[in-house]
Write a protein that binds this ligand. Sequence first.
Ligand code: ADP
Ligand code: MG
Length: 285
Amino acid sequence: SIPLGYFGGIGLASKNGILFKGSNFLDVMTRVNTIVMDKTGTLTKGVFEVQQVVSNDFDEKELILMAAAIESKSTHPIALAIVNYAGDILKDVKIENVEEISGHGLKGSVNHKVVLAGNTKLLQQFGVAYDAAIEQEADTIVVIAIDGRYVGYLTIADEIKADAKQAIADMHRLNIQTVMLSGDKQTVVNKVATLLGIDKAFGNLLPEDKVAKVEALKKEGKHLAFVGDGVNDAPVVALADAGIAMGGLGSDATIETADIVIQNDQPSKIVTAIKIGKLTRNIVW
Ligand code: ADP
Ligand code: MG
């Protein structure tokens, strides 16, 4: 039978906006010594804004139109920022066959032209040449190619969540190692990791690379929690000893797979969950 203390722990967690899907995860959280986190939507707000439009000898309005047209078929946070920025310009635009290329971006047809919108890996994949200097941009970039020609890019930025830095410091005080995994480019990942004081940060990861990183940490014998929000995060959430989903921004698949759901998306609740686990253990034993 389940000791009474566990019910108390689950109830206390629930009052704090933390949903435990089983009492065993209270115990699992007390043993966690490594917390692996996704960047976008987990440590940052996941709400991007377009900062700059840089055209490569191409009409700027047309660049924005093509980018917004193709991104209008995606639900990625990056896509929402671009569509929002473009405003109401997509009437009478013919958008067809848009496919999402995981970890890379989008390919599709706009007004019968082939449009690519994504990171530089996407352009490499399709053999489109671009100015190598754009890799040095500090922000995330969405590069656009039309009919095989690089026409420019948009820079977009996201904000770090208000409690993220304190949450990381609290994890370190509990002797927990912190790791950040992201599909975003390494320069952006390093900037966020430095601001937050995260121990290890890896960028440019495809969904399968995130799985491989978590598998490697498990092989090292780490007791790990993974915290994510995106649909790509579901496999890693499933793999971790404690899989945690951000409930507000999180995709249905990730929330479904998670052992623990943080309803208001605050990273500090990860620490609260550990503290409630420890408190519950002290009552039970
Ligand atoms: P993460 O949530 O860790 O940022 P994703 O796999 O969702 O990882 O995205 C990885 C990268 O792929 C993004 O940083 C971006 O460069 C590119 N990307 C994904 N979707 C889009 C999109 N709709 N438009 C442009 N770029 C995209
Ligand atoms: Mg994400």
